[in-house]
Structure formats: C-alpha cells, structure tokens
Write a protein that binds this ligand. Sequence first.
Ligand SMILES: C[S@@+](CC[C@H](N)C(=O)[O-])C[C@H]1O[C@@H](n2cnc3c(N)ncnc32)[C@H](O)[C@@H]1O
Length: 395
Amino acid sequence: MRDFETPRRRQAQTKAHSPPHVMLELRMFTTLIQSTLVTISSPYPHCLAIEVLTTQSDNNKYYGLISMYIYYALGFLVLLLVVSIALYLISARSYESSDTVANSYDEWTQDGILEFYWGEHLHLGHYGSPPQRKDFFQAKADFVHEMVKWGGLDKLPPKTTVLDVGCGIGGSSRILAKDYGFEVTGITISPKQVQRATELTSQGVTAKFQVDDALALSFPDNSFDVVWSIEAGPHMPDKAKYASEMMRVLKPGGILVVADWNQRDDRALPLNFWEKPVMRQLLDQWSHPAFSSIEGFSELIAETGLVTGEVVTADWTQETLPSWLDSIWQGIVRPQGLIEFGFSGFIKSLREVPTMLLMRIGFGAGLCRFGMFRALKSDSVAQSRETARSQVIKA
Ligand SMILES: C[S@@+](CC[C@H](N)C(=O)[O-])C[C@H]1O[C@@H](n2cnc3c(N)ncnc32)[C@H](O)[C@@H]1O
C-alpha cells in the first residue's frame, strides 16, 4: 500500500531529523569562518571559498579543525596574558634604597622615553575645577601656576629664593625662574637628571641644579624663602625626615608648598581586599617605599615644631585625574615615539601602561588622593613649639 505523506506526518518527520536551532546556527557560523580562512590563505580565494560553501553538506570533518583553531587562538591569548602579567610583576622596580630611585631616574632620563611622552614636567596636569579638556603639556604647565597661586607665591617679589626638592629635569624650576623671577635651586637624587635639567636651562634663567638627598639636605638651616616639592614624597622612606628637612632649610616666615600622591588615611578606613594588592603594585612598580596620607603627612609637618599657624591641605584628585588616561593616550597619538625608540622603547613604554591604569583606578576609586600642603615657618622655635599641636585645616 502506498505510503501517503500527510502534512502532519511530514511535519513530524522534519522535526525528528532537523538539527536543533543552536546547532544550525553554529554550523552556519563555522561555515563562514571556514570559508573566510580558506579565502584568506588561498591564491585563488574566490574559487576556493565558493567550493567550500557548495560542498558544505558533507563538511562535518572540518568542524573539529575549526574548533581546534579557535581553541588554539584562545589558548595563545590566555598564555600571552599570563606571561605578560608574570613579566610585569617580576620586572617591578621595588624600592630598596635611595640608590634604586637614583638608578631608575638615571635610566628613565638617559633613554629619553619619559621626557618624550611626559615632557619636562614629570608630574600630573591641572585640568581645572571642575576638570575640562586640555592639552596634556598645557595642563602640566598650568599645574605649576595653580600651585604658585594656591601657595600664595604669586605675591612674593622677584629674587625670592626657592628650593625645588626632587626637581626632576627642572620643568617647575624653570617656570618659577622665568615667569616669577625667583632664584631657584633644584635638587634631585639622580645625577642624570641634574645633567639634563642643566642642558635644558638657557643662560640667564635663574635656576641651577645639583645632586642632593632630600632626607639629608646639604644646606644650612634657614636658607630659602620658599621650599617647593612636587611628587617626590612617595619616594621617601622616612616621611617625618622629609618634612623636617624641608622645614629646617626654610627661613623663618618662609613658605613650604608641597604637592604629592597620597593614599587614603588607612587609620580611618583600612585598605580592603583589592586595594592592598593594587597599592602593592603602585609602590613596587615605580620605586616607592610608601605613600603617606594627606592627614598623616600634614601631622608630620606640624610635628616638626617649626610651623606657625595651621598646616593647610587640599585634595586635588579631581583636578589632576585626567592626567592618567592622557598619559596613556600620548602613546597612541604620538606614534613617532615608536620610530625614535624602536621595539625596545615600545616594550618599555607598554610596560608602564598597567601601572598608569592602576593609578587611574586608585585615584578614581578613593584609594589614592592628590594632596596639597602649605605651611609657614615660625619666626622662633618657642613660637612654633606652641603651635606644634595646631589644628590642620583643609583649604
Ligand atoms: C616624580 S619625579 C618629580 C620631578 C619634579 N618634581 C617634576 O615635577 O617634574 C620625583 C623626583 O623626586 C626625586 N627624588 C626621589 N627621591 C629623592 C631623594 N631622596 N632626594 C632627592 N630627590 C629625590 C627624583 O629624583 C625625581 O626627580
């Protein structure tokens, strides 16, 4: 008897034999990938691609091959990531002594990469309050002028003597000399930075540079009208000594103005499970023994016993925050660095990217804070002892 195919029976048969919806999509997807691979690798791409597509009905044997390629690619990417992270961690430049810092800056100065991407200012930029879009290098120069204003230095006459502690290659020192007429002495622990700062300073600019240790300054007491420091503090293993040395060389009535990376005050709120390892990298990658907190460092300044009135502090985290992503962006918009510094330069620059990202995360999430400090040196020791326990106020 003839087996009539009723619509219902046909429907049932189709249901039983057709692959599930997901399998169908996977099959179409792998077909596409397969034909693309063949197209790319063949000298006669069009013919081969068409051939693959038309003989697709019996190509199950290729599915395994395609999945294998995908697994290999994924495996390779995971391996690359693991190796990169391991190299990043192994090659950290942890702080051991001031020699570690000096060597790191000597190296960074000699290869020229840091100067190429960061310019003559090795500090963050000031993007306004609230922050606005700005040229990276302009923001750095603006930072110096904002700090001058905040510190009240714009009211001081030309020939005011300034000590720039941890001067880098002299970016701030030159602005203080050229734009405000100050007589600036920049000190750094790195001999190569002194050499480069001197090269960059034209004759007639009243800024000079020398190697010195911020923790054992070679100047007598009461030497300078102003002591100025930007982002050198995180390299200091003894923050109390850093504060007392700066206050010691300041003349009575002189002004201390400091800008620094800090961490949140962990006496009030301890670092949590993710903040601890992030902080470890922020310290180890760039030769920092420890970060102070804004509260902790202002107390150390007050405890020198040399301050009159209050230690004034401010938090410039928001004003400086865009600097981190802008620093990374420099590597993209200035590819000529690739030609100038070659493949090794590219790798060196690339290895700094995770640290900059971690900095951005740290400052953005409240783990780190950008602290500003201002203090006036007392006229006499007796007066300062009285105010040593003075209140620290926030500007
Ligand atoms: C992040 S750079 C900032 C440089 C400069 N203030 C600027 O803003 O361009 C830190 C500087 O601190 C200096 N430094 C670190 N430890 C020091 C120490 N113990 N004595 C003197 N300088 C030190 C480094 O050599 C480097 O110049």
